[in-house]
Design a protein around this ligand. Sequence first.
Ligand code: DNO
Ligand code: MN
Length: 359
Amino acid sequence: MQMTFRWYGEGNDSITLEQIRQIPGVTGIVWALHHKQPGEVWEPEEIAAEKAKIEAAGFNIDVVESVNVHDDIKIGRPTRDQYIENYITTLRNLAQAGVKVVTYNFMPVFDWTRTDLFHPLPDGSTAMYYQKDLIQDDPMEMAKYILEGSKGYTMPGWEPERMAKLQELFAAYAPVTKEMLWDNLKYFLEAIMPVCEETGIKMAIHQDDPPWDIFGLPRLLVDKESIGRFLKMVDHPNNCLCLCSGSLGSNPKNNVADIVRSYCDRIAFAHIRNVKHFPNGDFCEVSHRDCDGDVGVLEIVKAYHDCGYTGYIRPDHGRHIWNEQCRPGYGLYDRALGIMYLLGAWDMLDKTEGKKASR
Ligand code: DNO
Ligand code: MN
């Protein structure tokens, strides 16, 4: 297992590479060109500049998160072929620089969705929270409440200045059924796999978060069965997973450790975080410690260890502690604590098997 840490780049992240250097065990930075819009080519010079910075601080650049997929590819518009061409050029440029794993997701319109980014926890810290009854099935209804300022709705990602674009996107997705979205994902993957095979890049898809349909939009990667369908649909060793314990674990029915054991040979990248469930369907992100949440962090670590996992891993979101001012979920302190917890568990498993702990 190779420990990594996600970093948003100089001037775009409150954390420095020098700080990350002092967290034991981190060998790689999970990075991206965050100024790029989905569909744009990442140029070799821009990649080289970021690579130079990260390598100068002593880290590898093996994992990128994310090269985002343009909505036209997900919707299946005729313009998708040009966007796929651009994606392929980006993959070639990244491979040329030495990148080995590219993370992405296939969620319509939004990446992860939460209703509160700074929900207070009993210990005085804050963390991201999902309040189920705030999410309506009809996106237009939600848009109306938010624009009117009624019902007290404010939702991250639904800022009034984005609303026109959002309504346009929802309208474009309206005819896209779940089966059509599966077909569009297959079309995309079949187009890029030859280049992945040639360059060695592993594509690592992130699961949908939360793992159920929201705002009337279809969600594909939500449980063991759908992940199995995905791996079979394009049965290629470079078609891999970024397995996210927190995304899958938001649904109490998902047994994440079992999913790890079932598909370990196709996991290129592991996100580990913990989530606490509430009986009304709400969930809250919590510390990585097993007993603070419900995803079964120790069982998950044990599953990776038993499988002899040698891929990349990172703590996913953390809480906001010690008054840290940071991006929601991406502070230094709680993710560093998460790493020490994960490495502690891993080292102990090595020790009980008589192996020497190593980087
Ligand atoms: C949530 C995060 C995601 C992830 C993207 C990958 O669990 O890990 O924001 O980075 O979905 O494309
Ligand atoms: Mn994740």
